[in-house]
Each structure stands twice: as C-alpha cells, then as structure tokens.
Design a protein around this ligand. Sequence first.
Ligand code: SF4
Length: 561
Amino acid sequence: MPNRTEQLKATYGNPFDVLKAVERAAAQGYESLSEDDLFMCKWVGLYTHRNEQGYFMLRTKQPNGFVTPEQLETIADIAERQNRGYADITTRQDFQLHWVHYTEAVPIIRRLQSVGISTLGACGDVARNVVGCPVAGVDREEILDAGPVANEVSRYFLGNPAYANLPRKYKISVSGCTTWCCHPEIQCVALVGAQRRVSATTRGGSASGGNGESEAGFDLRVGGGLSTQPFISQRLNAFVRPGEAVEVIRHITELWRDTPEYREKRHHARIKYLIHDWGLARFRQALEERLGRKLDEAPSDFQEPPDTYRDHVGVHAQKQPGLYYVGAPVLVGRITSPQMRRVADLAQRYGDGKTIRLTNRQNILLLNIPESNVEKVLGGLAEIGLSINAHPVRRSVVTCTGTEFCKLAITETKARSRQIVEHLEKRVPLDEPLRLHITGCPNACAQHQIGQIGMMGSKTKVDGQIVDAYDIFVGGQMGRGAAFNHPVLRKVPATECARRLEQLLLGFKRGRKERESFNDWCKRVGDAELVRLLTEGGTHPLADAEDVPSPQVPESDGPVY
Ligand code: SF4
C-alpha cells in the first residue's frame, strides 16, 4: 500500500500545475488551497511558513550558484517591496525569500522568470538545485571548468515532468575543482573532476575533452546524504566524460525513480539506502544495463583531496592573468536588499558586469575583477558590512532556517548563530579556518554532521522552563578520510553555547601543538577533556538540567538544504 504522499503524487497530475491553484487562490482566498495543493506547492519552490498562515518561503534555483547582477537586483527589489527586505543564501547555492504572501507568489515567480530565475523543483521530490564549484572557470587549479556541465544537467531536469515524481528529494553536484568545496561527499550523485591518461584503447572514445596524453572528465560518486542518518557518497570507480554527464545522471535517476520499494517509507526514500542495500557492484551492473554499455574505468591513480578548507572569502588571483575574484562573508547567509543592490553595482562597475556566484557556505563572490579595481570592490563591500577581513567563524558559519519560519524546527537558529559569532569574534582570536554548522533539528539542513564543530537543535529544562538547547559535535572531516563528527555534549542551553564554545576554542589555542588542526587536537586530547572545557564554570551546570526528550520531527524536505 503506497503511503499518502505517494498516492497524492500519483493522482495530482503535473505537480508544476499547482501554480494555477496558487493563482486561483489569489482571487478566491487562501482557503481555496487544499492541503494537497499546499503540499505540492514545494514543486514550484513554495513552502508554507511556520506560524503565519498565508505566507510562504520561496526558494529559487541558481545552478552552480550562478547569479547575474540583474538577477541580484531583481531579488533585492522583490525582497524590499514584498519580503521585508532580505533574502537567505542557502547551502545549495540558491536564495530563499520569506514572507511571500499567497496573493503575490505568482507575480513574484513570474518576475523571477523574466530575469532567468526558475523556482521549479527548488523543493519537492525532484532534482534540487545542481551545486558546483563557485569559482568554476576561473580557479587556477581546476581540472576542468564544470560550470557548463552543471548547467546542462540542471537544464535537463528543470521542470521535466518525467522526473517530477522521484521517491524523495534528490541532490546532484558537478564540479571540476581539486578541493571539493561543494561537498560531493554528501550528494546523492556527484561528478568530481578527474584527469585520465588516454591509452590506445580509450583514445578512440575521447572525442571531446582530450588533452594530448590525458583527458579531463569526472569521477562518479553515488549514495551520499545527511538528514537523520548520514552517509558519505562512494566512488563507483567510473570515469564520465563531460559530454556523457547528462546521459549517466539521467540513467542513475531513472534507475532510482523506477525502484518502487524505496517509495514505501518516506524516511527510507533516498538513494543512499539503495546504494547501501545493493552495494556498488550490483548498482553499477544495473546502471550499465540501462546505459547499454560498460562505464569507463576511473583512473587508477585518482585520489580524493585532503580536507582543505576553502570558503573563497578574500581576494584570489584567477587563472585569467590580471583578473581576481573577491569573496565576501554573508553572516548566516542573510543578505539585505541594500547589500544585494550594492554587490550588483560593484560587479557592474568594477567587474565584468555579469558574474556573481553564491557558495554553499552561504557567502557571495564577485568574479573577473581587474587588479586595478580590487581595492574599490573591497571598499564597497566594507561599506555595506561585508568586509573580507572577517573572523574565521564569521566566514564559515552555516545556519539553517530554524523556528523563525521552519515548521519542523526545534530551536531558533539565525539569531543564535549571529550571537555566537559575535561573541567568539570578541573573545577568541583565530587565525585558521573552522567549519561551524548550526542546525535547528536532526534534519541537518545546515549539515551539522560535517562541521568541525556542529550544533544540532534540542530542548532542555533550566529553572523549570523548557528552553532551546543544542547538542555539540566535533570532528567532521571531508575529502580523503571523510567522516562525520560525533557528539561530545548534549542539551547545552542555547544561551550557554557561545561561552562554552569560547572555552573550547581557547582550550584549543592553549593546548594545540604547532600547526595542529582543530580536528587533530580533538582526537589527541580526547572527549573527556573536550567535555571538561565545554562545561567548566557553567551558570547552568548541565548536571542540573533535567533531561527533556527532544521533540520527534518528521524528516524534512529541506527548508534550507
Ligand atoms: Fe528546519 Fe531543516 Fe533547520 Fe530542521 S534542519 S530546523 S527542518 S531548516
């Protein structure tokens, strides 16, 4: 017996037609939207707000994080006129607008379409925004510019009714860089840049991408994902040429779409479970049967990169001589209309007038800036509070939506994250990057499992009152040896978190050996010492905090991620 969501999807018709129901509601009233309509609204990027009936969150799609100044100005304008003056940058390199009134949803979506922004499939059981390296095409060390491939993959799935009823959300990354900043380790399907020597047998097939004795393409990974049960994606040991990317991802998607047993339970309806259950050999065989050919073998010397941290903030030389890109930290991803307008203006005035990018750390980049203009861009960014001279935690913090808007949230996140960052900036001078991820419930939209420090929303009791709390995790590692972090302290009252992280980080600064990383230090000193540092001198000692079971939340369809 299919679950209710599967029944609804099977009978609703074209899910993208829900926009007609929203349009009708503008004339007939919010009540004319049925529960089914409201559920299907996700397929056009609309999510109902937590408390405010009649208001939605609207998510855009920005494949590979690509944004033009015109698009940014349009979002600034919509946000200012209709959405309380700000937008949130997400971990999938797109935008979320809040406070979208149901009567204005369709006009806003049409306005976005007029500048080339789609919201189709930004949420729902579809291929979500295709993420990639935000400096694709300009990175001096990239193996290949994968931006066009990411765009091609995105175009193939965008609004395509054949892929509008997948078992659940479905996440793709396509990148050609060497540092994996878009986290292919946690995607359902990921193509990562790979260089392969061209032998006599493979040369015949290397019509495109050939480069003398080697060709650039992709190493294929499958089965990653976070949420309540995280998995690291695995290499399928296959090499995919740029021209084959759509074909291969299409067949993987169809294989997944057409395996009905994973539709029975929503929480089990992710390709990571299929890969786990089947194993790579069976999956590869099934994929090759669909492709009607063998996949090429991946290069035998392929290596996953070390866990290099790269948030792209600051001034960086591009591979194009004389040109630079500038990355600006956007605290908790929330950017105001005046900031968006100014960034668009800086890109037009001092850059190439067309290239802005969003990162999965919720920051924003301006590309193709001649050296003579770099200082002007930096001055302009500093004037609007986006100085590149930012504390590592301001640069790195990633935060989900939380109780402000998200119906599944246990804790407030954005304001708390801001308070934590401002506290640490004043008290803990750090000269090295640190990945801090703060998420409001186990659904992990802010990817807390990959943080060197991760925080997950919970509840506890202080002085008889139930209050927001966080579980604190340490040690998340990406790249070679990728591993999720582990919990060291549960149910820390939210008001205590900033000070406890201060104590932890000061302990790290005092006790680390020369150039020892935070993760290595955590491993060396052990959890007991981390707990001691986290708990010493608490005004609400954790031993006194009564245990309050955390609310059970259903699996999210991803308000942020
Ligand atoms: Fe909402 Fe996702 Fe954050 Fe949970 S993790 S509070 S579902 S945005």
